[in-house]
Design a protein around this ligand. Structure first.
Ligand code: SF4
Ligand code: SF4
Ligand code: SF4
Length: 267
């Protein structure tokens, strides 16, 4: 009997990227791995990528990257909708992971910010934003790739791990770790206010490598010793107000959570 050979077509994982409020730089970082993406097109179905695709699907994602912070009602509606459709949701970038610069509004008066930005618009035509928060304030997040913008090699690594069924690993050492491995001359010892000891690394100490102080685009370490950090920076003669501005540039909510702790719990 003649054997009939049925082509067994394995189902490819459905991968998407979606955006809420941000600058779209994270999405761009993902497209910087275009050679890898092209290579992966054999293995994945890129079902949503609004920057490069005209038609984008909104359901059944195996892996979904979301960039941006929740800063409007529309953002929230979209995020809740996508979460229901995603098996594995990745917060991509500083906005999605920590709230980033737009969350600085938590320390300001909404009316003043709106007046500064939308002064020329009548108040009934304004956007009525909500104060920006990262994704995990509203939905469960399965993994974070922080950074502003995130490192394209990290995106590539995480995507490949997931496609191989490997649980992605979190980088949990301070920026100083990689900076010391590179034998950089510490900026703090040169009188430059670097926040590396308090911030999550994994960026290969990108900024200090170019003599630029770290301002924490990858978020504060979970066990950051903010109290000692602030003391060290003060003892080195750095302006405490400037330090707070630097710490809150990307991480206002993390900073506020620390500040609101009872004195004895602050470390
Ligand atoms: S994290 Fe940075 S690069 Fe990404 S959307 Fe936000 S501001 Fe843009
Ligand atoms: S330059 Fe910054 S990141 Fe590097 S070791 Fe000094 S404090 Fe740490
Ligand atoms: S050194 Fe700091 S600010 Fe620069 S990329 Fe790394 S975490 Fe971000």
């Amino acid at each position: 009997m003649k054997k009939t050979k049925k082509a067994s077509k394995a189902k490819k994982p459905r991968v998407g990227i979606q955006s809420i409020t941000g600058c779209a730089g994270c999405q761009l970082s993902l497209y910087f791995i275009e050679d890898v993406l092209l290579e992966l097109f054999d293995k994945i179905e890129l079902v949503a990528a609004p920057m490069i695709k005209g038609k984008n699907e909104e359901e059944n994602y195996d892996i979904l990257f979301v960039e941006g912070s929740v800063s409007s009602k529309e953002d929230l509606e979209n995020l809740l909708k996508w979460r229901k459709q995603a098996k594995f949701l990745i917060a991509l970038g500083a906005c999605a992971s920590h709230g980033c610069m737009q969350s600085m509004k938590h320390m300001m008066h909404e009316e003043e910010v709106e007046a500064a930005v939308y002064n020329k618009f009548p108040s009934d035509k304004r956007l009525k934003p909500i104060t920006a928060v990262p994704l995990h304030k509203h939905v469960q997040v399965d993994f974070y790739i922080p950074g502003c913008p995130p490192d394209k090699e990290e995106i590539e690594r995480v995507l490949k791990w997931l496609l191989q069924g490997i649980k992605p690993r979190v980088y949990d050492k301070a920026v100083c770790h990689e900076c010391s491995l590179k034998e950089n001359y510490c900026l703090l010892d040169q009188g430059i206010e670097c926040l590396g000891p308090l911030m999550n690394g994994g960026c290969k100490a990108l900024c200090p490598d170019y003599n630029h102080p770290c301002t924490g685009c990858r978020g504060m370490l979970d066990d950051a010793n903010l109290k000692s950090g602030k003391e060290i920076l003060r003892d080195k003669g750095f302006d405490p107000d400037l330090m707070i501005k630097r710490m809150t540039k990307y991480n206002t909510l993390q900073f506020m959570e620390f500040e609101s702790k009872p004195k004895e719990e602050k470390k």
